[in-house]
Design a protein around this ligand. Structure first.
Ligand SMILES: Cc1ncc(COP(=O)(O)O)c(C=O)c1O
Length: 383
């Protein structure tokens, strides 16, 4: 059967990108007018160097409410800046052998830890609004964890959100245990319109001391722009700068100039507002209602933003039969097992066999059809 949708990876709906084309046609010449050759040259004093394009740093600092834009390092995508940081962990926390993550987390981050030879320690989710902080404390006390990675705001893959109190408590536990806290929040601005989001107080303790905040414009504008950043504590700068200097001679200033222009003109803020209003809300509502109707008995987190959902089916013996069954009905899906911290398999699987459910379209009919196929396949696999 012809495939009508693939839920294997989270990619922005095509319609979002189509709507972006006229916006970029307007902004690109304006960015060139404003910034001239500084977005074309290797570096320009006080404007552009290997750590990023200064006008964009200023805009990011304003949007995150932090005083010193010099704490921001901008590179080509969120994952790339995150990987510098993890590669440098021994400079920041010598002797650490483990990295802690949420029980289910961004799969590429798990792959990065494995590639760099770090053991991974999973931290259980709490009952509501974030991690189980008692479990985090226990994990940090009993091991050599140098870094806790949390997928902030709208979590990939589970769609769970954290409340600020929970984040603050987690950061405090990290500080107390001499552990860095990496809060990766590429979906921060894509929360549902009816939900207020919050800013981490990055200039205040414990965040100013132990927290690295990561963000990306990949999902809030477009993957093709490929731009991401980290905000690091000031003490980290002399350790991290020489490494970045040899990783990137110059990042893509051209992209950074376009984003800075969009932010200066507040077009970026309009774009994310539009995504929240026009896309996230109908997608999420469809997802909530349809899931409740068709998939009662399955476990899932109501989507409140971002692009990710995670559906778990109790009583299933591995993911293979479900993947084959949905494929025969024209839907490609992927197992959610690749996102689980190895020591948390039982903790996650107690709620059922997990599958990724990224929202790759804003068309309710396709989402409804996909959910219908999931329900049908689940019934088939159970019988
Ligand atoms: C949680 C998370 N962090 C980081 C990234 C990577 O962002 P980028 O595409 O900017 O490298 C993604 C991309 O899907 C993500 O889901």
């Amino acid at each position: 059967m012809k495939v009508f949708a693939s839920l294997k990876r989270g990619v922005p709906p095509e319609k979002i990108l189509e709507d972006l084309v006229p916006v970029l046609k307007q902004i690109v010449p304006q960015a060139l007018d404003r910034f001239g050759t500084s977005i074309l040259q290797y570096s320009t004093p006080n404007k552009a160097d290997f750590l990023g394009f200064v006008p964009l740093k200023e805009q990011i600092a304003k949007s995150l409410n932090i005083e010193n834009p010099g704490r921001i390092i901008i590179g080509n995508g969120g994952m790339s800046v995150i990987s510098w940081l993890v590669k440098l962990l021994q400079s920041f926390r010598p002797g650490s052998t483990e990295i802690a993550v949420e029980a289910a987390t961004y799969d590429r981050f798990l792959q990065l830890c494995a590639a760099l030879g770090y053991q991974v320690a999973g931290v259980h989710f709490g009952d509501e609004g974030g991690i189980n902080t008692d479990h985090l404390e226990k994990v940090l006390l009993n091991s050599d964890v140098g870094l806790f990675y949390q997928n902030g705001h709208d979590q990939n893959p589970t769609g769970k959100r954290q409340i600020l109190e929970n984040v603050k408590a987690g950061a405090e536990i990290c500080r107390k245990n001499n552990c860095l806290y990496l809060f990766d929040a590429p979906y921060r601005e894509l929360h549902m319109e009816r939900h207020e989001t919050y800013l981490l107080p990055l200039d205040e303790e414990p965040f100013s001391e132990c927290c690295i905040f990561a963000g990306s414009f990949t999902k809030t504008i477009a993957p093709g722009l490929h731009c991401g950043y980290i905000v690091v504590p000031e003490w980290m700068l002399p350790l991290i700068n020489p490494r970045v200097a040899c990783e990137q001679l110059n990042p893509v200033y051209f992209t950074q100039g376009i984003i800075a222009e969009a932010m200066i003109q507040e077009i970026y803020q309009d774009l994310t507002r539009r995504i929240r209003r026009d896309y996230v809300t109908p997608r999420a509502l469809t997802f909530n209602i349809a899931t409740a109707d068709f998939l009662s008995g399955a476990n899932w987190t109501p989507l409140e933003g971002g692009y990710f959902g995670y559906i778990q089916f109790p009583g299933m013996d591995g993911p293979g039969a479900m993947i084959a069954e949905t494929r025969s009905l024209g839907l490609e899906i992927d197992s959610g097992r690749g996102s689980i911290a190895p020591d948390c398999h039982d903790h996650i699987l107690r709620l059922g066999e997990p599958f990724r459910f990224p929202v790759v379209t804003n068309e309710p009919e396709i989402i409804m059809k996909a959910i219908g196929v999931m329900a049908k396949a689940w019934k088939e696999v159970r019988s």
